[in-house]
Design a protein around this ligand. Sequence first.
Ligand code: SF4
Length: 413
Amino acid sequence: MTIDVPLKTPVAEGDPSASDGGTAGTGSRGGRGTKGDNDRHRRTKGSPKAGEETAGSVRGPIPRGFATRLLSWYRAHRRDLPWRRTRDPYRIWVSEVMLQQTTVRAVIPYYESWLERFPDLRSLARAPLRDVLRAWQGLGYYQRARNLHRAAGAMTREHAGLIPDDAAALRKLPGFGPYTTAAVLSLAYGRPLPLIDANVRRVLMRLLSIEGGSSPSLDGKFADLLGKVIPASAPGDFNQAIMELGALVCRSANPQCLLCPVREFCRAAADGTQETIPRPRRLEVAKIEAAVAVIVRDGRFLIRRRPDKGLLAGLWEFPGGKREDGESLVETLRREVREEVGAGIEGVRFLTTVGHAYTRFQVTLHVYSCRFRRAPALPPKDFRWVTLRSIRRYPLPSGSVRIVDFLAAKKSV
Ligand code: SF4
């Protein structure tokens, strides 16, 4: 089913499929639906005062006392999250990769079942890619899972099954961009490297009263400022603390300034601008319609493996694709099956409609059952006839999972 839309957010927000992108120690860890945007930063308020340093358009420094106050708040109020109970670099690495572009609540069950299935680096390296993708199913950005698998293999071969405590060695591994590298080094190995995600960006913009939209273009300056206050004795806790503050208190909507431990240092709170910094983003949501073919033969269904590169690479799905202008849905269905499978269909019957919302796209899948007029020869590498039971062993995109759920509830097609 060829629907080339991003799963959650565009590449510019730090698509982990490319790497984890950005400047040193910056990334796109998920929060409570708070992610950076692409608007350019405009200006900071006023001119720097004597003795203040400027970091481009970012005015500093981060006030003295900020780190101490933040850390004591964090130690008293932090959430008890599974990856905070460990210093195991493997577990921290897995959690950090899962948390990119995904919320804490969504990640917890995946994290726990992942560790049952792949308890250490070697078990991940040994597993077939299909099992890894299946364990990742539903988290989106499947390139992250592919990179975990490839990096685990490389560390098993080249680093005796250990995650190196070394930035240069990590950066050579698949998926280890600046953010993931700094996350593993600071959280697991106690290296004083700051982390910047959307939550941190928002806290700092408010703390320093930087107007405009949240943008990764600020991250280099923020990293410089944070580098001067990150405590060498607890860099991991400091990084977690500022992200936690952004997630729980300095929230995107309705920041809880009256409860905030660093309120006395905060320029936005003093100015009453905390609700307008950063400038809210306007998201345009495109609507996409697609036709999907449940092709039936002897009680089995045809699924197809997506190409190795691109969106949802390597996942399995029902044939089908995006409706083009002027086409009826059945015309789309016939064209897509012809393009993907090289055969005509007959006995087309509407089954159901399945919706799936992404950050910038709303996809509606119109699902039809049908059969081949003349069954083509299909290479088993890319096509499989599966039962409703066996299809669950394949990594599937969320839309296909919903179609399988529908078929399972219906019991016959
Ligand atoms: S005082 Fe308000 S705006 Fe400032 S850091 Fe705290 S929650 Fe955010």
